[in-house]
Design a protein around this ligand. Structure first.
Ligand code: UD1
Length: 341
């Protein structure tokens, strides 16, 4: 029988790409989203890519009754939880809003999931931000977590712990946390992608918006870091590659292949790329010149972080496949698509 996967936050950047890959792999998907940080663009794009309308429930996971109704209405075998606030700076300004939204929604979900007849599998979208500044690179899942530098990062750590403790305590649930490095790019169809509201905080949307003329100039935050070209190093992971890791993790849970009831996987390429290298690659692959300047360091940025993805490679049978160039070409195609060009 086909298994049903609930994707909370399924109308967002990562959730929409994961939905497409889950459907391609033969799962039934139910999307639930409160649309607080997106419009219908990605949901419509998902339906266009798949050539069918997917079940969509507009709801807030902070509303316990709504979560109960969702589980009563659909035979949910696994949940992938993306529904959360994600802006680092905003979380510093509005910590209570972040703690309330990100923790209450996840607790509600676990409360209801654990009571489901037959149990439920829960995949939590975590982040490499949990590692903080670390000098032992690349980071493995065993690398110690540093204390979070923002309420956003803290909610990622806390949700990981809530999942770990719940899995230990309640027979009904199993859990996986995927720690993403820097997800970038867009679907090759250019029908779904990242849609930041206002001025983008993240590098790639800022690059594409500068290239299209929405922003005047990209600021490269710092060029005297102790790296080869002086700019920060990150592990940029293609969004479709990232989405496929979710399919592998869900299959592992649903097929009973987990080795422990709670597992953690890094989802990255294992390849460090500097900000300048990324900018140069964007210019080269898309044949354009980007207006950029060197600006002061951004407070809170770590110098360098990249993944050791060995565990995901071995245990999930997953590997990042797309090159940075392919990913940056897809990001640019998406920016042009939403600009109507
Ligand atoms: C941030 C979050 C991370 C989150 C991720 C989502 C922290 C500290 N960071 O990661 O949790 O999961 O976004 O993708 O919590 N840069 C510029 N100019 C810009 C924007 C960025 O030079 O206009 C540089 C930054 O200094 C950094 C790199 O680009 O070196 C990547 O920045 P960004 O895309 O914001 O991601 P992170 O800060 O790594």
């Amino acid at each position: 029988m086909k298994k049903t996967v609930l994707v909370s936050g399924g109308a967002g950047f990562i959730g929409s790409h994961v939905t497409v890959e889950l459907c391609n792999a033969g799962y039934d998907v139910v999307i639930a989203d409160n649309m607080s940080n997106c419009d219908e663009t990605n949901y419509n794009g998902v339906c266009a890519i798949l050539g069918k309308k997917l079940p969509f429930v507009k709801m807030d996971f902070c509303d316990r009754g709504a979560v109960e109704k969702l589980f009563a209405d659909y035979p949910i075998d696994a949940v992938i939880h993306f529904a959360a606030f994600k802006a680092v700076g905003e979380s510093v300004a509005e910590p209570l809003m972040y703690y309330h939204n990100n923790l209450v929604s996840f607790i509600n979900l676990l409360e209801v999931a654990r009571q489901r007849k037959g149990g439920c599998n829960v995949l939590f979208s975590s982040s490499a931000t949990v590692y903080g500044e670390t000098d032992r690179l690349p980071v493995t899942e065993e690398s110690p977590r540093q204390s979070a530098t923002s309420p956003y990062g803290n909610t990622k750590q806390m949700c990981e712990d809530i999942l770990r403790d719940s899995v230990r305590a309640y027979a009904g649930i199993k859990g996986i946390a995927l720690r993403y490095f820097n997800p970038i790019g867009a679907h090759p169809s250019a029908l779904i992608g990242e849609l930041p509201r206002g001025v983008p905080n993240n590098l790639v949307p800022f690059i594409t918006q500068t290239a299209i003329g929405k922003r005047e100039c990209l600021s490269i935050f710092g060029n005297d870091y102790p790296t080869a070209d002086g700019t920060c190093l990150r592990d940029y992971i293609d969004i479709v590659d990232l989405a496929k890791a979710h399919v592998c993790a869900v299959a592992r849970m649903l097929d009973g292949r987990m080795k422990e009831e709670y597992e953690i996987f890094n989802v990255g390429t294992g390849r460090p790329v500097s900000v300048l290298e990324l900018v140069n690659a964007f210019e080269k692959v898309n044949g354009l010149k980007l207006n950029y300047k060197i600006a002061p360091c951004r407070p809170g940025d770590v110098v360098a972080i990249w993944a050791d993805p060995t565990r995901a490679n071995k245990e999930l049978g997953w590997k990042a496949e797309r090159s940075v160039e392919e990913t940056l070409a897809a990001a640019w195609a998406w920016e042009k698509h939403i600009a109507g060009k």
